[in-house]
Design a protein around this ligand. Sequence first.
Ligand SMILES: C[S@@+](CC[C@H](N)C(=O)[O-])C[C@H]1O[C@@H](n2cnc3c(N)ncnc32)[C@H](O)[C@@H]1O
Length: 594
Amino acid sequence: MLHYDSQDIQNEQFKALSTSKEFQAIFPEVFEDGVLNIEKFKDILCDIKSEKTEHYSFNWSGKKECYRIIKEKSNATLKVDEDKTIPDGDNVFIEGDNLEVLKLLQTSYHKKIKMIYIDPPYNKDKDFVYSDTWGDTITNYLIQTDQLRDEGYTSTKTSSTGRRHTNWLNMIYPRLWLSRNLLKDDGVIFVSIDDDEVHNLRKVMDEIYGEENFVANICHKARASISNDKIISSNHNHILFYAKNYEYVFNNRKNIGLNPNLEGFDKDDNDGEGPYKYTPVDGPGGASKGNPYYTFEGVTGYFRYSKDEMKKKFDNGIVVKVGNGLQKKYYLKEAINTRRTDTTWWDEKLYTSTATTNLKKLMDGDYFTNPKPVNLIKRMLEQTTSTNDIILDFFAGSGTTAHAVMELNQEDGGNRNYIVVQLPEATEPNSEAYKAGYKKISDITKERIKRVITKLDYKDGFKSYYLDNSNFQVFRELKKRPNDSVESIVKMLKMSVFNKNIFTQNAKELDIVYEVGLKNGFSLSAKTEALHVKPYTFTKLYEDERAFYFCFADKIVTDIAHAIPKDAKLICYDKALDDSTKLNLRENIDIETL
Ligand SMILES: C[S@@+](CC[C@H](N)C(=O)[O-])C[C@H]1O[C@@H](n2cnc3c(N)ncnc32)[C@H](O)[C@@H]1O
């Protein structure tokens, strides 16, 4: 069956729960013939009295609405921005509100993303904090981003409403909730924030990602200058680092951290073991760390190894006497396979001011305030990603994440891909950006990515999408009949003599192909190809081994089966097939009708 809307996320979770063997083993009484009886389960829960009447929880006005917003399916789609698309490669730029976009990515990118980096609005007075709604989310989006109005958009001055933190929490919570589903089991997320919301963000992240999956709050020195109008001039930003699953990341921690220091390996015994250098054998921390104390080869002290172990190493020539002391040979070949444990990012000079200067140079103008340094994001990428990983940034701003991914790939020969999402937030009419023709921040993002591709002579381009109304008529009908299900409206539209087909008036075929693809599990980098097998014309949508053949002909007969490979699916209009053709075709090929 074809899916017309975004994934019903909570329903998927319910399905996972109701098929969980562990859950069945704990509550066998709520399963009937292997099927979970949710009413029975609710009854059992009602009988369980909480022992503690007070417990720790984090609440704010609107939190319940957040769950409603998360649950509501998206009635939007992503359309290919053909003018702006630089084909080749699997990188993706999306212009749109990231809440809708994250919903649309749930099917195709479930557990596909290795690293998320976001730098959301910090909730300063001037910050635009997107205001979600439910019901007609896409009209809300078009109004908020100025696409339905001629006059300039006035951003929400959140502090004056008295709901500053609440509005911010309501904005960030559903987005973070949805982002977690996209991470691979060994995936990680980094979130930049400053002192204003760090306390709230930490609680939200603990709740969504789990306190046990907190890896670090990396303190990053973001500027070197001092503001004399402050009591303490804070020069730091926080980067909250969480794993999808801490255990998994911890067990693989030898892959995380900094590149090893390979200097000083200047000795070689020409025995085939290669270069080495001396390292100490004494036990750091002495007695307090429980290191053994003894005398060996006339040297007395606290050592790293037991006396037996020391003797073995000495006999093997790994530990040697050098002058009056003992040393261990540390070989370059061992060092190459290690990682240095990282610490806070304080001395690295990863300053916003340098990032601003570099961006100005690249763009030939001062168009974006406070971009993050490329090297800051490269540092996250180096430590937690490898070739072929997908990296997501859904608050892209000027596109620093895309820049960092390309630069690192260029340096280490990797093939990481990025997906970046940016709202078409209006630039200020008196800004340099506006005067230079960048009416929306997303215009700046795209231009930066293009300039980086040119500057680096980068191997791949990117596909550009924008968020828009669905091509399916069903969502317009749904506004008139909000209580009907999508399925019943689709059925009605297919049968209706007044609606020749189920698409909106100006729907383009390629947009329909991508919408059906996305909602049925194809990624945004799936490829399309036009095929002609007389008398039919197809658009083939394909990725890995999977292919959908779209045919928008008004009349189809059984000979079409010859044009479709056995393992592919034909998608065509319902009205193009009479009943016997449909039956005949279904015996030979996989077919879905629109
Ligand atoms: C702090 S900036 C990110 C800067 C970025 N890290 C850089 O280096 O350029 C946050 C960005 O998120 C964007 N934004 C805010 N709300 C959004 C939403 N609902 N969907 C997508 N982008 C959004 C803003 O327009 C802004 O450009």
